[in-house]
Design a protein around this ligand. Structure first.
Ligand code: DGJ
Length: 821
């Protein structure tokens, strides 16, 4: 709900308030963003709007307003002593005495006077921003009809540039004198949409040039938020290839903190999602703000702690290389920024973001549909496959209960390594031993669906496409471009390139029964220049718009196809991609221990249903670390499960394990894929995550242990988000422990005495596998949450008893939690 009364603007969500007012006829001051400050007091607007949503009482407003009885030393002041450098503003102009980071740098192309925007009026309506579709960018959707949630509300604050000479001349007066809205003006809109149920407010800006001169935008933020106070911790999610979204905390002090990407993609280096929390906040308590951007290209996040005890937060397109010319009649829209607040710590803010993404970002038809358990051939075969290998893999996958076979890189053109063929999206029938259609039919006959890998933004020099259209590769004035993974970028700013890709991929998807596409993107963008009409300063943004155009056309033409985003793993894990593709390959690093950091970090901003997570081989192909098959499953099951290893090489016992895992996952899939992900515990190398269904009747908890230190405290299983007074049954998932875990302690576990390290031990390992401990408890939700289950002792070299929990380094367990009364 948003209300406007007596020039007081109140955005109210279930638990938050965002309150603004006009202090001086020109600016809008932010009075409060945080915990809901409205109270219940009847109804207004003919009974339609509860007055609890309106702060119109002058006493409260006066109390919340910044006081300037004494101007600040040598600061610039406006009417009423407003100190521009020390007021929480919604928008701030250059050259007014506000020396903090600014939301807009814009100039007249002819170099004449700078702009000064003043607040004029506002529009308020139920529903999404009316101009959303014209932006060419994805935006948060209205899901009220399908979810029963409250309808979104939108507020547009209209500012007008008062320095425009042409307008002033038209009015026969000096610049700034003629402020007639709609008349040849340069107009700025700040657009807020409230998503009440998930406590999310989105914000973006739009500039419309109706003057006769051209303006140039050098820097424009989607969101500027000024907060009182500076005692914040900034949480960013950074890394690199195979190390995406690790959590980094910075205790803020005076100065500017900045993160972002200039790679042309949102990048594995710095995710656009970030958090700002109270210095004392924990996972469950304390003030926590979280921000994101619905965008997949260059982005910048900036937090400035000021000398006067305030904090300014800006997020939007990265200004690096950005220069946008705005001619008469043209508009520019920023991407939509997303913000939330929770007084329930990081988990509280994460839950808001998770719900927002599920209900308002991912395509609605995938919101609650079960995602298939897939087998991907990449780490099983890499480029080295033929029809027989693929079918053998598929046969095993089907036998083990998997549901979707994904044919990864190498099926097209002449691609047998990564030096060739990107752009030639034509089936290599020789390699596949026949047509794609016939392969798909054979795979479908096994009871599996079929999915395929593509990398449609790329072109290899060694390709038919490059022979025909070398000019379609991004390059500066035809010069040799920088190369990454032996490939160049296709110029998606060119309509003919986009049309070609849409046609060729539509033909591919129409040529066989394909129900899944993995959309990869394996190098950042360089040489940001187009041979077409796009000026260099607009290239990076236009590329992203081009990408969205292609993704929109394809996902709309094939609405049933499940698209999974990928960019060398999780290099483009953002809300823009998720608007078209409900899941993203989280990282090329599938090592369970590394995934704890990667999936754990990602969970702060994104729900488990968006994270592709696969069980792969051990030793792991990225880290050479050995982990048990059960541990690999336990961690992958906390995302969208897949397998990516050569199933044909498994032992009989491993097959049994995987079949049981897939069966377990399917039985709990609804909760795992649609439940709420919570970080329960993370200390001393022990991590607990929990996914809980909406009724709090069923949950799964994953406990991970980094190292098995002997003679150290035993493990305690805690939970969260349960009904305190309800009774729950907690049970460890049945799992297997290979006997070779015990090395030359083999006779401690062998049913018959055998010679250590001999052939018999190798054979035993294949034919015999131990059960894990069986532990089951019944207790109240309160006891489980606030007390915790003291689990059986771990193996520490003092013998193997009945219930000994055998935990090696980097191992995990899954527990089911079921309400029984
Ligand atoms: C990078 C992806 O992240 C991998 O999963 C795989 O699809 C390769 N590309 C294929 O080239």
């Amino acid at each position: 709900m948003i209300t406007v009364k007596d020039r007081i603007y109140t955005i109210t969500t279930s638990n938050t308030s965002y309150v603004m007012h006009v202090p001086d006829d020109k600016n809008i001051e932010n009075l409060h963003y945080g915990r809901r400050v409205t109270t219940n007091a009847g109804a207004d607007h003919n009974g339609l709007i509860p007055t609890s949503d309106i702060i119109a009482d002058p006493d409260t407003v006066r109390a919340l307003t910044e006081k300037y009885n004494n101007p600040y030393g040598n600061e610039i002041t406006g009417s009423g002593n407003i100190t521009y450098n020390n007021i929480c503003l919604e928008f701030s102009n250059a050259g007014t005495g506000d020396y903090r980071s600014l939301p807009l740098t814009i100039r007249r192309e002819d170099g004449l006077i700078s702009t000064r925007f003043e607040y004029r009026t506002c529009y308020l309506y139920e529903g999404l921003y009316k101009g959303s579709d014209s932006t060419g960018m994805p935006y948060a959707k209205d899901s009220s009809e399908s979810t029963g949630e409250a309808k979104p509300w939108t507020l547009e604050l209209i500012y007008e540039n008062v320095t425009d000479e042409s307008r002033a001349e038209e009015a026969g007066s000096k610049p700034g004198a003629a402020s007639k809205p709609g008349q040849g003006m340069l107009e700025l809109r700040i657009i807020y949409t409230a998503f009440e149920d998930c406590d999310v407010i989105t914000r973006r800006m739009a500039i419309h040039n109706d003057t006769s001169v051209t303006y140039v935008i050098d820097d424009i933020a989607s969101m500027m938020l000024d907060l009182h106070g500076t005692d914040f911790v900034l949480k960013t999610f950074d890394g690199a290839w195979t190390r995406e979204r690790h959590v980094h905390d910075k205790v803020l002090e005076s100065g500017i903190y900045e993160t972002g990407s200039t790679l042309g993609i949102s990048s594995s280096m710095h995710n656009p999602f970030f958090m700002l929390s109270d210095i004392d906040a924990t996972e469950d308590h304390g003030d926590c703000f979280a921000f994101n951007l619905i965008y997949s290209g260059n982005h910048r996040e900036r937090v400035e702690v000021t000398e006067y005890g305030k904090t300014r937060i800006l997020t939007g397109i990265h200004p690096h290389g950005f220069e946008y010319k705005l001619r008469k009649g043209e508009s520019f829209h920023t991407p939509e920024a997303v913000m939330t607040y929770s007084d329930k710590g990081f988990n509280g803010a994460s839950h808001n973001m998770h719900r927002f993404i599920t209900d308002h970002i991912v395509p609605s038809h995938f919101r609650n549909s079960a995602r298939p358990v897939l087998i991907n051939n990449w780490e099983a075969t890499y480029f080295d496959f033929n029809r027989r290998k693929l079918l053998n893999l598929a046969k095993d996958a089907a036998k083990l209960g998997m549901e979707l076979f994904v044919l990864d890189d190498g099926w097209f053109g002449e691609r047998n390594d990564d030096t060739t063929s990107l752009g030639d999206w034509f089936v290599n029938e020789k390699k596949l031993g026949g047509s794609l259609k016939s392969l798909v039919s054979e795979i479908k006959a096994l009871g599996l669906r079929f999915g395929i890998w593509v990398e449609p933004e790329m072109i290899s020099v060694k390709s038919k496409l490059y022979e025909k259209h070398p000019d379609w590769a991004v390059s500066v004035l035809g010069m040799e471009s920088y190369i990454g993974r032996n490939q160049y970028i296709l110029d998606y700013t060119l309509p003919e390139v986009r049309d070609y890709i849409v046609t060729v991929l539509s033909d591919l998807l129409g040529s066989a029964d394909i129900s899944y596409v993995k959309w990869d993107m394996n190098r950042p963008i360089t040489d940001m220049y187009s041979r077409g009409d796009t000026p260099p300063g607009q290239f990076a943004h236009s590329y992203v718009l081009g990408l969205y155009d292609v993704m929109k056309r394809l996902t709309e033409a094939f609405p049933k196809v499940l698209f999974e985003g990928c960019s060398s793993g999780g290099g483009r894990f953002d809300l823009g991609i998720l608007s078209y593709m409900p899941q993203i390959w989280t990282s090329d690093d599938s090592d369970a221990a590394e995934r704890i950091k990667i999936q754990g970090g990602t969970s702060y901003g994104y729900p488990a249903s968006t994270m592709g997570a696969h069980v792969s081989a051990s030793p792991n192909h990225q880290t050479l670390r050995e982990t048990t098959l059960e541990t690999r499953f336990d961690v992958a099951a906390m995302g969208v499960l897949g397998y990516e290893l050569d199933l044909t090489k498994l032992t009989g016992k491993e097959r049994e394990q995987i079949a049981a895992q897939v069966e377990f996952y399917k039985a709990h899939r609804l909760t795992l894929q649609t439940g709420e992900f919570t970080r329960v515990y993370n200390r001393h190398g022990r991590v607990i995550w929990q996914i809980t269904d909406s009724e709090k009747e069923h949950a799964l908890a994953m406990m991970y242990r980094e190292s098995n230190e002997p003679n150290k405290s035993d493990d305690i299983l805690y939970a969260k988000d349960l009904i305190p007074e309800a009774r729950y049954r907690v049970k460890v998932k049945a799992a297997k422990i290979p006997v070779n875990t015990f090395g030359n302690l083999i006779n401690m576990v062998s049913p018959v005495h055998i010679k250590e390290g001999g052939v018999a031990q190798a054979i035993l390992n294949k034919v015999y596998i131990m059960d894990n401990e069986s532990e089951e408890y019944e207790l109240t939700g309160a006891a489980l949450m606030y007390g915790g289950i003291r689990l059986n002792s771990r193996f520490i070299g003092t013998g193997l008893g009945d219930g000994t929990r055998v935990m090696t380094d980097h191992s995990a367990r899954l527990y089911t939690i079921d309400k029984i009364g």
